[in-house]
Design a protein around this ligand. Structure first.
Ligand code: G6P
Length: 487
């Protein structure tokens, strides 16, 4: 991170992301501060802790307004402040149209192959424009006259780069798109495709997780817009301005995560879980994610059912813990998924439960980082069965937690992480048999093979950590050699 700071020199770093990294909310009468379940937020927070700067995000907690100053700013993390969080307030209508509407009912299903239809509504698009302008106001205010590097996150802000460049051409603007970019046939369903593409081409640099997503983006621009695309240089020139398109696979702060996993707080949580899950020598399978239809949660529960059906020796011996963080609950597709998971858990527990043993323990709530890391450490296997996922950082967090070099990762081939974590058991999540077969293989894998695979995966994540990711982005932006970033 010293290298990132050196390369940024005197520029102010401004991160823009819809989701804020620290949320204040009421629990009864008490205000508590939580970190959200967001791969994006957990990846960007370490970079901000290291480099300082300002994070502009949506103030979404019901106690958020209580904690800010007169300029809507708060220093975070609250107990050892390292950077500034500038909160932007949205009305209910704005949240509905921009967040639930365009971002999560439109662009999210459009970009993920999970067979959920995107919904487009021109009133929502109007709100999306309005909210992108609102964030531009906040960014420009934060930057003032200083040279600034604005680093935009994700699909909530497709129009923001163009607005910023129009209002202040001196700004350096980059964006990272944390979800997949679809092929041009899929993308043509978006009614405002030219406007979105033009917005994104306001960036000096646009990053995706995979080279494949970059190719899809270049092809989409080629088919839809008046612009010159240079495949060799991976660059688009529109109206005399060049946007470089590059792949940067995101990661986590491996060392911080590993150190926490070996610490006393996690040990205490492990003891709590052993008691709560009545483990008592039983084997533990694990899944942790937001309740989202891209994550393949029903597929995985069916695979547990299949496993118990075909391998009776695991009845009474295996507990599968599913942590599901409630997410985007105003959207119908999410409500339906929530019901489907409840029904499956209920049905499978009823079918196989015996005495005090239930095969599935479903924790539908927000869990804190130490609780999740403790579960990682206890699990014989962790399943990430996303139907489609840009990267998936749960997979990398599980690996970082396994300081004992044990535990098996069962990982969907359709995640970005599968390109790097080739020592996981890679599966097609649409096949219940394959998924259940991999769980069985994980449960019966010899200790030395588990160790070999986990060691190699730990090397991969340690080497390509989140600082390297950020360092490469900043270096590319400054036209320095991105590979000249030490590990
Ligand atoms: C994905 C997106 C993030 C988002 C996260 C959680 O990882 O790429 O931008 O923050 O999901 O979703 P939420 O809607 O709760 O922010």
């Amino acid at each position: 991170h010293e290298l990132i700071q050196a390369r940024l020199r005197d520029q102010l770093l401004i991160v823009v992301a819809n989701r804020e990294p620290y949320i204040h909310r009421y629990v009864g009468d008490v205000v508590e501060c939580i970190q959200p379940a967001s791969g994006m937020a957990s990846a960007l927070d370490p970079m901000m802790l290291a480099c300082g700067g300002t994070w502009v995000g949506h103030g979404s907690g019901d106690a958020d307004r209580l904690t800010v100053d007169a300029h809507d700013r708060i220093r975070v993390p609250p107990d050892s402040p390292r950077y500034t969080l500038r909160r932007v307030w949205l009305s209910k209508e704005q949240e509905e149209g921009y967040y639930h509407g365009v971002a999560n009912s439109g662009l999210w299903p459009l970009c993920h192959v999970a067979f959920t239809r995107p919904i487009f509504d021109s009133r929502h698009w109007q709100t999306y424009r309005e909210v992108n302008e609102l964030f531009a106001d906040a960014v420009l205010q934060e930057a003032g006259d200083r040279p600034a590097f604005v680093f935009i996150q994700d699909y909530h802000f497709g129009l923001l780069p163009r607005i910023l460049k129009r209002r202040n051409p001196e700004l350096t603007v980059a964006q990272f798109w944390h979800i997949p970019w679809p092929n041009p046939e899929t993308f043509r369903a978006l009614p405002w495709k030219e406007e979105l593409l033009d917005g994104l081409l306001g960036n000096d640099l646009l990053g995706f997780h995979l080279g494949y997503h970059c190719q899809n983006f270049l092809e989409t621009v080629d088919r839809n817009l008046e612009a010159r695309t240079d495949r060799e240089q991976s660059e688009v020139v529109r109206g005399g301005h060049a946007t470089r398109i590059r792949a940067f696979p995101i990661s986590i702060d491996f060392e911080r995560h590993s150190a926490a996993a070996a610490g006393p707080e996690v040990e205490r949580e492990m003891a709590r879980w052993r008691h709560r899950l009545k483990l008592d020598g039983k084997l533990l399978g694990l899944g942790i994610e937001r309740i989202d239809y891209t994550k393949g949660i029903p597929e995985r529960l069916r695979a547990i059912d299949h496993l118990l059906e075909n391998h009776p020796e695991f009845r009474g011996r295996l507990v599968y813990a599913q942590c599901g963080v409630p997410s985007r609950g105003h959207i119908r597709a999410y409500q339906q998924l929530d019901d489907e998971i409840d029904d499956l858990v209920e049905g499978i527990n009823w079918k196989w439960g015996n005495g005090s043993w239930r095969p599935i323990c479903y924790e539908k709530r927000h869990s804190n980082p130490a609780e999740m890391t403790a579960l990682h450490r206890l699990a014989s296997f962790c399943v990430v069965s996303s139907l489609h996922d840009g990267m998936n950082l749960v997979a990398k967090e599980f690996v970082a937690s396994r300081v004992d070099e044990d535990g098996v990762l069962v990982l969907s081939r359709f995640t970005g992480a599968a390109r790097e974590l080739t020592d996981a058991l890679l599966i097609n999540p649409f096949s219940v048999e394959e998924l259940s077969g991999a769980m069985h293989e994980a449960l019966t894998m010899p200790r030395d093979e588990r160790g070999r695979r986990m060691r190699r995966m730990r090397e991969v994540v340690a080497e390509n950590n989140v600082y390297r990711w950020a360092g490469k982005i900043v270096s590319t932006l400054l036209r320095l050699d991105p590979d000249d970033v030490p590990p």
